[in-house]
Design a protein around this ligand. Structure first.
Ligand code: ADP
Ligand code: MG
Length: 350
């Protein structure tokens, strides 16, 4: 029995909203109505995931839904906003109940964890495509933007970098997991699972963004790789920066993979853009240019840095560099040696 559009919406996407959610009118009318307190700005972000571009066609529906929401939460986190509401535009080749059930589970698992209400959307038939829009609140004057970085600010990263890009490289057969060896070797089961979880179910750093709003001079979330995304802060703020590549935070699984790599001679690290896609990815390329991290990159003035221990960010923050007055991005090692830029500069669609 084919299911109608309206019973599909009722069955899979309509859940009660709590009285404290600010929702005056939810799913079922021509538009939703929400209350925005007078001292708050409404922060709105939207992202589309296209099958075959942002996720493999066979990806699990729960993971697709989870990621579609998580990438939007990450954008709100980067503004220091508190996410409150979401809308969902779903284009499906067919109304498959098993697929929809799993999709709804992935979506509500994350939305309920953040206290979000699904307040509307659109349902159409066509090639699989998922658009989520999230709206939230941020006190007027406290939003974090890309614009305020100043020379002397420390550059900080939440969590760890490169895990999702490493998992994707393995799924696309651009690298293979190392054989397990004695001692602290890479575990092809647990380490691979941890890396893949970062790819499919990214953790949006909502708490960290909120804790640092009104304090960080600038912020961005890392979706296209640190070099590309930090570059947006530098351009918007009219400054430059230098980064210590040895300080880039790596997960335990990433470190174990990195230790198992036989690195080419340093002179071959200076790949050009033409040759960057040839050969397996280097650890530094994943850390600097791999996408899908969904960590925050924050520029913190010295007075905030001294108070960091008492900010309830809920995640480790690592200092990786400093904002400088002269434009451009300079990479160096911990001992001061200059590090040559790998060819990639992050993912762009066109
Ligand atoms: P309209 O024709 O007025 O645009 P629709 O028939 O598209 O309205 O949708 C009916 C109601 O169901 C609306 O309130 C809409 O926001 C909601 N809706 C449609 N699709 C979804 C979905 N995938 N998830 C949540 N709500 C949805
Ligand atoms: Mg209408």
């Amino acid at each position: 029995m084919p299911i109608s559009e309206f019973s599909l919406i009722a069955r899979y996407f309509t859940r009660p909203v709590s009285p404290s959610s600010g929702v005056a009118l939810g799913i079922g009318d021509d538009a939703a109505l929400v209350s925005v307190p007078p001292d708050q700005h409404l922060a709105i972000a939207i992202d589309t995931l296209v099958a075959g571009v942002h996720f493999p066609v066979q990806a699990s529906p729960g993971d697709i839904a989870y990621k579609a929401l998580a990438v939007n939460l990450s954008d709100l986190a980067a503004m220091g906003a508190t996410p409150c509401w979401l809308t969902l535009a779903l284009t499906l080749p067919a109304a498959d109940p098993h697929w929809l059930e799993a999709f709804a589970q992935g979506l509500f698992a994350l939305s309920e964890a953040h206290g979000l209400s699904l307040i509307g959307g659109d349902t159409t038939r066509g090639p699989l495509c998922v658009t989520v829009q999230v709206a939230g609140l941020v006190p007027v004057g406290e939003a974090l933007t890309r614009r305020g970085a100043r020379p002397g600010d420390g550059i900080y990263i939440t969590g760890t970098l490169g895990d999702a890009a490493l998992a994707l490289a393995q799924l696309q057969a651009r690298t293979r997991w190392p054989e397990q060896t004695a001692g602290a070797g890479f575990d092809p089961d647990s380490d691979a699972a941890a890396l893949r979880a970062r790819l499919h179910r990214p953790l949006a750093r909502v708490q960290a963004g909120r804790a640092l709003r009104g304090q960080a001079h600038a912020a961005i979330d890392l979706s296209d790789g640190l070099l590309a995304d930090l570059g947006h802060i530098l351009t918007a703020s009219g400054v430059g920066a230098s980064l210590d590549v040895d300080a880039l935070p790596r997960s335990a699984a990433f470190r174990r993979w990195e230790q198992a790599q036989v690195l080419p001679a340093p002179e071959t690290l200076a790949r050009t853009a033409d040759t960057a896609d040839a050969g397996p990815p280097l650890p530094l390329e994943l850390l600097l240019s791999g996408g899908d991290d969904y960590e925050l990159c924050l520029c913190l003035p010295p007075q905030v840095q001294t108070r960091l221990a008492t900010c309830a960010t809920g995640v480790a923050l690592t200092r990786v560099g400093i904002i400088e007055a002269s434009s451009g991005l300079r990479l160096h090692h911990a001992d001061g040696r200059v590090c040559t830029l790998p060819g990639h500069r992050g993912y762009t669609h066109f």
